[in-house]
Design a protein around this ligand. Structure first.
Ligand code: SF4
Ligand code: SF4
Length: 386
C-alpha cells in the first residue's frame, strides 16, 4: 500500500515547504502512453511531481520533470530557475521526440513567468501551450482541450491556507523549541501552543482581515520597510495579535493561574512571532506580491497601438486581469488592481506591447524582465525605488 507512505511524505514535505526538495529530472510514463499521448512538464520539486502524477491517475500521458533545483514551478520560474533553457534541455535529453508523433508540449501556466514560449518554439520546433494553474484541473483540461476561466486563476482556499500555516508553524516550532530545550524546558509547551495558535489564526482568518493589501505610492525607507508598523501591507496582521492577547489575558483572568509578569512576557513573545510571520505573509500567498519585494510597486502599462489581440496575456494571467476586445483585436486591462506583478504577460507578449512601469514613471523594457525575471536574486541593476 503506497498511500500511507505518500500521506506521510506529503505531510513532511508540507512542513518543510520552505526548503527545496529535489527529485531526479526525468521522463515519467503515466498509464500506458501511446504515440499520441499528451506531453506535460513540471519542475523537479518532489511534492509537485507526486501531485501531478496523482492528478493524472487514470490518464495515459508523458510527464517531463525539468531541473528547477527542487523548487516549485512558480517560485523557480520567477527566480530564473525554470526558463526556456531548462525546458529545451529536458526536451532534447529525454528522448521524448522518438516516443510521440505530435509536437505539442503543455507547460504549467505558472511557468509563464519564466519560460519564454516563443524561444522554446523557435529552438525546438515544439508547439507550447500553457495548461491550467492547478494539477487537479489537468483531467478536465485534457478532456476539454481548453482552459476555463477558473482554471487560469490562482486562489487561496482553506486547504492551501492550512498548508501554509503548517509550513510556517513547523520550522518556527523546531528552531524556537530547540533553543528553549537547552535551558527553559518549562516554557516549551506554552511556546508551541502560542506559535501554532497564532500561525493558524493568521492564515485561517486571512480572507477576513480588513482592507485589501494597499499599494503604497513609495516603499517605506531602508530597513523599516520590513517592519510591520511601517508597511501598510502588513499592519492589519496586528489585529490577529490583539485578538490573541485578549484571549490570553481573558484566559488568565478566568483561570487565575498566570501572573502579570508572565502575561506581559507571552504577549511580547507572541508579538515577535506575528512580526516574524508577517514579514512575508503577503508573499506566502498566491494572491499578493511579497511585502518584502519592491516590485509590488510596479504597474502594467499596455501600448494599445502595438497590441494585436493575440491574447497571450489573457491566457497566462493568474489573476484574470485581462479581457480581449474581439471586435478591435485589442487587450484591455480590466482589473489592474488585481495584478500581482508576476510578469507572465510581459514575458509572453509577442508584440512587446506590455511593460512594467515604476512609481516614478520609468518603463522597464520587456527584455529586462525576460532576462532578469522579477529580480528575486537582485541581479537587475536598476532598483525601482531609487
Ligand atoms: S499578449 Fe500582447 S499583443 Fe497579445 S493581446 Fe496581450 S497585449 Fe496584446
Ligand atoms: S497582469 Fe499582473 S498578474 Fe496578470 S500576468 Fe501580468 S503581471 Fe501577472
Amino acid at each position: 500500500m503506497r498511500w500511507p507512505r505518500d500521506l506521510l511524505l506529503d505531510l513532511l514535505q508540507t512542513c518543510l515547504r520552505v526548503l527545496p526538495w529535489p527529485t531526479e529530472p526525468r521522463l515519467i510514463r503515466v498509464g500506458h502512453p501511446g504515440r499520441e499521448a499528451p506531453l506535460l512538464l513540471t519542475g523537479n520539486y518532489d511534492l509537485t511531481v507526486r501531485r501531478v502524477v496523482r492528478a493524472l491517475r487514470g490518464q495515459d500521458a508523458y510527464l517531463l520533470v525539468a531541473p528547477t533545483r527542487g523548487i516549485n514551478v512558480w517560485c523557480s520560474a520567477a527566480g530564473g530557475l525554470l526558463t526556456a533553457h531548462q525546458v529545451i534541455s529536458i526536451l532534447r535529453t529525454s528522448g521524448i521526440s522518438e516516443l510521440v508523433d505530435h509536437r505539442r508540449l503543455i507547460l504549467p501556466q505558472l511557468s509563464a513567468t519564466g519560460v519564454e514560449r516563443k524561444l522554446v518554439e523557435q529552438r525546438t520546433g515544439w508547439h507550447v501551450v500553457f495548461g491550467p494553474v492547478y494539477a487537479r484541473d489537468l483531467p478536465a483540461y485534457l478532456a476539454e482541450g481548453r482552459k476555463t476561466e477558473a482554471m487560469r486563476q490562482v486562489r487561496f482556499p482553506l486547504l492551501e491556507r492550512l498548508e501554509m500555516a503548517l509550513a510556517w508553524a513547523f520550522p518556527v516550532s523546531v528552531v524556537g523549541g530547540l533553543v528553549l530545550a537547552i535551558g527553559w524546558r518549562h516554557l516549551l509547551l506554552p511556546f508551541l501552543a502560542m506559535v501554532w495558535a497564532v500561525t493558524f489564526a493568521l492564515y485561517l482568518f486571512f480572507p477576513w482581515l480588513p482592507g485589501p493589501v494597499e499599494r503604497a505610492s513609495r516603499p517605506p525607507p531602508g530597513w523599516t520597510r520590513y517592519l510591520v508598523f511601517f508597511d501598510p501591507t502588513m499592519r492589519r496582521n496586528l489585529i490577529v495579535w490583539l485578538v490573541w492577547v485578549l484571549g490570553l489575558w481573558g484566559y488568565a483572568y478566568g483561570s487565575g493561574t498566570w501572573n502579570l509578569k508572565s502575561l506581559i512576557g507571552w504577549s511580547l513573545a507572541s508579538l515577535f512571532v506575528v512580526l516574524l510571520l508577517s514579514m512575508d505573509l503577503a508573499g506566502s500567498t498566491p494572491l499578493y506580491k511579497s511585502g518584502l519585494h519592491e516590485d509590488r510597486l510596479l504597474h502594467i502599462e499596455l501600448n494599445q497601438e502595438a497590441c494585436r489581440g493575440r491574447a497571450m496575456c489573457w491566457e497566462v494571467c493568474p489573476k484574470n486581469c485581462y479581457v480581449i476586445d474581439t471586435a478591435r483585436h485589442k487587450a484591455v486591462i480590466a482589473e489592474p488592481d488585481a495584478c500581482v506583478q508576476c510578469g507572465a504577460c510581459v514575458v509572453q507578449c509577442p508584440e512587446d506591447a506590455l511593460a512594467f512601469v515604476t512609481p516614478a514613471g520609468q518603463r522597464l523594457a520587456p527584455e529586462m524582465i525576460r532576462t532578469y525575471k522579477l529580480n528575486l536574486l537582485g541581479r537587475r541593476a536598476a532598483s525601482i525605488s531609487q
